[in-house]
Design a protein around this ligand. Structure first.
Ligand code: TYM
Length: 334
């Protein structure tokens, strides 16, 4: 069986990008009989960017409810919180000790923070914690603790999966083969990097997201805020340069996409295109949204599911960590 694993950082409210880039493909993979799935809440990763305990807690609940409402079946999928699995932290250290600092220097997220500091005339290290710097090692531990083969993610995470491969390879080289080298699974189409309101990648950090399970009214409002150019109704529009079309495509069948493409060429009004986008997305999200609201009002149920998931996950991670401890020379004397 092929092991599929993915996680979402529990900061903020899940958005359409998380859904089409990670949640939807991961759940589709979990329904196949030849796979075994591990999906989790990356709540240790959340602490890197967020030092507000209430927000972390709220986001964990929202993201858990989002996975379940989107069709995750806890009987099929091992579903857990990263922070419930101490084996991940332990592996994090074993990996930290074989990871070159130079590799971490190349991480996009870290480099972006340094660049921002330099542009602002600040010390390059200003505000950069060891958590941010070592982020990819913890992510490698998430993946390698379960020897995942496939990691469904949006395009922004590819570098991290490549680093996990590098780190696994390094460990294997020193201590013999222990780890499978994981591969990122990224959608071929633009859903691997869904655009946000302003046309940049939809991202919590850009504040340009459309939340996944907002009320119908807020979804409509969100869609209306998508920035468009000034072309009038009747003027032909370029579908390949449009956030409205980009998001439409991520939810539509190929036939619907082809029809919408034609409507763009025929000069559909922006208001009309947005209305169609809303109808399409709302049609697909109405049912899970109901389920989401139900789950949000029942945290005890979510807690039970996650506890059971943690027990399953730990049972899997424990023997692997035992073997790794032995490999590096941490065994009992007698
Ligand atoms: P995070 O929480 O930023 O995002 C969760 C998932 O959503 C995808 N995504 C997008 N996909 C398409 N278009 C977008 N605009 C968009 N925005 C976000 C991300 O690519 C990701 O797949 N480091 C990870 C969490 C993590 C993880 C892991 C993932 C921790 N450990 C182990 C996989 C395996 C992160 O911060 O994702």
């Amino acid at each position: 069986n092929e092991i599929v694993l993915t996680g979402i950082t529990t900061t903020g409210t899940p958005h359409l990008g998380n859904y089409v880039g990670a949640i939807r493909p991961a759940i589709a993979a979990s329904q196949r009989d030849d796979t075994e799935s591990f999906f989790f809440l990356a709540d240790y990763h959340a602490l890197i960017k967020c030092h507000d305990p209430e927000r972390v807690q709220q986001s964990r609940l929202e993201i858990a409810a989002t996975w379940l409402a989107s069709g995750l079946d806890p009987e099929r999928v091992t579903f857990y919180r990263q922070s419930d699995i101490p084996e991940i932290s332990e592996l994090n250290w074993l990996l930290t000790c074989v990871t070159a600092k130079g590799l971490m220097n190349r991480a996009h997220a870290y480099k972006a923070s340094v660049d921002e500091n330099v542009n602002n005339g600040q010390d390059p290290d200003f505000g950069i914690t060891m958590g941010l710097f070592c982020y990819p090692v913890l992510m490698a531990a998430d993946i390698l603790a379960f020897n995942a083969h496939k990691v469904p993610v949006g395009r922004d995470q590819i570098q991290h999966i490549e680093m996990a491969r590098d780190i696994a390879g390094r460990f294997n080289h020193i201590f013999r083969e222990h780890f499978v080298l994981p591969e990122a699974v990224v959608a071929e189409d633009d859903s691997a990097i869904l655009k946000g309101l302003d046309g940049r990648k939809m991202s919590k950090s850009y504040n340009n997201t459309i939340p996944l399970f907002d009320t119908e009214k807020k979804l409509k409002k969100g869609i209306n805020k998508i920035v468009t150019n000034l072309l009038e109704p009747g003027e032909p529009k370029d579908p390949d340069n449009s956030t409205v079309f980009d998001i439409y495509k991520a939810f539509a069948t190929p036939e619907q996409t082809a029809e919408m493409r034609q409507k763009f060429f025929d000069g559909i009004a922006w208001g009309e295109a947005k209305r169609e986008l809303f109808e399409l997305i709302n049609g697909q999200l109405a049912e899970p949204r109901e389920k989401y609201l139900e789950l949000m009002s029942n945290p005890a149920l979510i807690e039970d599911i996650l506890q059971a998931g943690a027990a399953k996950a730990r049972a899997r991670a424990k023997p692997s960590i035992e073997a790794l401890r032995e490999a590096v020379g941490l065994v009992k004397f007698a």
